[in-house]
Design a protein around this ligand. Structure first.
Ligand code: TXA
Ligand code: MG
Length: 333
């Protein structure tokens, strides 16, 4: 497809109905979730789901998350709902955690990348939940960015990456959480976190009352969990504040223009010269940081600097998802 992508408004009922019509007609519509914007297709319609892989340029064996509107509807998609799944649902849904469960026989391999498991979640976004109820289906939706690129947290980010490749984006403002859901595998003997997210290991263990494995490096296990991901076009590096300060003073960097994304107080060296670098001060509060992380990365990437230097996040569990995303965003450099 190469036609203009419609910009629809989530606060206009007529626009929500247009989004529903497009999805019924096997088209792709980007929708806001509380985490990031998702590129949605009717998960019951394999030929619609196939379009997601083309629009994103995503390998077809990378499985997708199916979004549903209520726990009762999960029976259609999975078999053997464990009591653990019910506990997670009761405590965290709607919200930023995805469960990996055994898929029901009739679910298309296009959605699950040929696996016998399915990733499923109830998102916390009123309009998306309404849309799911209007359609009475599940929506398969990966993040609405081109493959490996920075995830979108505004409708404009979606257009920047996918304009002309998808039918519409339903603009519901900036995403509240700003970083992708935690993925928890409940098909293994011990529940295992496959992707860190806003719901942490400690939060999960507290409600499940059992040990949970935090699999940091399971990249071989699942297509779709890649070392390089969430990447700006600009060269980006992850360093401590001290390393950043040293790096800026290296002779080879003297004619380079940097963007520096930091949360610690940044004092320039003693004789602090005015610089033409861009200093992006980030919040030290994790939730506030997460909410704007991708947006700031998009902005700094658009500034035509030579390199983006990112201060390593604090080494605390709660920051695990941020560390994961920033490590992958800077992995090739
Ligand atoms: O917050 C989120 O989770 C966002 C919003 C839109 O819901 N979605 C999202 O989707 O991040 P995506 O496709 O960008 O990332 C989903 C990850 C992929 O790394 C994929 O490999 C993994 O989930 N995944 C999906 N189904 C799986 C399965 N059956 N087994 C293992 N991993 C799976
Ligand atoms: Mg993604």
């Amino acid at each position: 497809m190469n036609k203009k992508t419609k910009l629809l408004q989530a606060n206009k009922k007529a626009d929500v109905l247009i989004a529903a019509d497009l999805l019924r007609a096997s088209e792709l519509v980007a929708v806001a979730t509380e985490t990031v914007y998702g590129l949605a297709a009717d998960a019951k319609n394999p030929s619609a789901v196939e379009k997601i892989f083309i629009a994103k340029d995503r390998p077809s064996n990378h499985p997708l998350i199916v979004h549903i509107s209520s726990f009762e509807k999960i029976n259609y998609w999975v078999k053997d709902i464990s009591p653990l799944a019910e506990t997670i649902a009761k405590n965290f849904w709607p919200g930023p955690i995805t469960l990996l469960l055994k898929k029901a026989e009739h679910i298309s391999n296009v959605v699950t990348g040929g696996l016998d498991t399915i990733a499923i979640r109830i998102p916390k976004n009123t309009v998306l939940l309404e849309l799911l109820d209007i359609l009475d289906t599940g929506l398969a939706a990966p993040s609405a960015n081109p493959h490996k690129r920075i995830s979108p947290t505004t409708a404009q980010h979606v257009l920047d990456g996918l304009n002309g490749k998808i039918a519409a984006v339903l603009d519901d403002g900036p995403c509240e959480v700003g970083v992708e859901s935690t993925i928890l595998d409940l098909t293994t003997e011990t529940p295992t976190i496959l992707r860190q997210g806003p719901i942490t290991q400690a939060m999960i263990e507290a409600v499940l009352k059992t040990h949970v494995i935090n699999a940091q490096n399971h990249s071989l296990k699942v297509a779709g969990n890649m070392k390089e991901h969430y990447q700006p076009h600009t060269k980006a590096l992850l360093m401590t504040l001290e390393e950043i300060k040293k790096y800026l003073l290296e002779p080879k960097n003297s004619d380079q223009k940097f963007a520096i994304m930091h949360y610690s107080k940044f004092k320039n060296s003693a004789n602090s010269q005015p610089t033409n670098h861009v200093f992006q001060k980030m919040p030290y509060n994790k939730k506030a940081y997460a909410r704007i992380m991708y947006r700031k990365l998009h902005e700094l990437d658009a500034m035509q600097v030579d390199q983006i230097l990112i201060e390593e996040p604090p080494k605390k569990d709660i920051w695990g998802d941020i560390l994961d995303r920033l490590t992958k965003a800077t992995a090739k450099n």
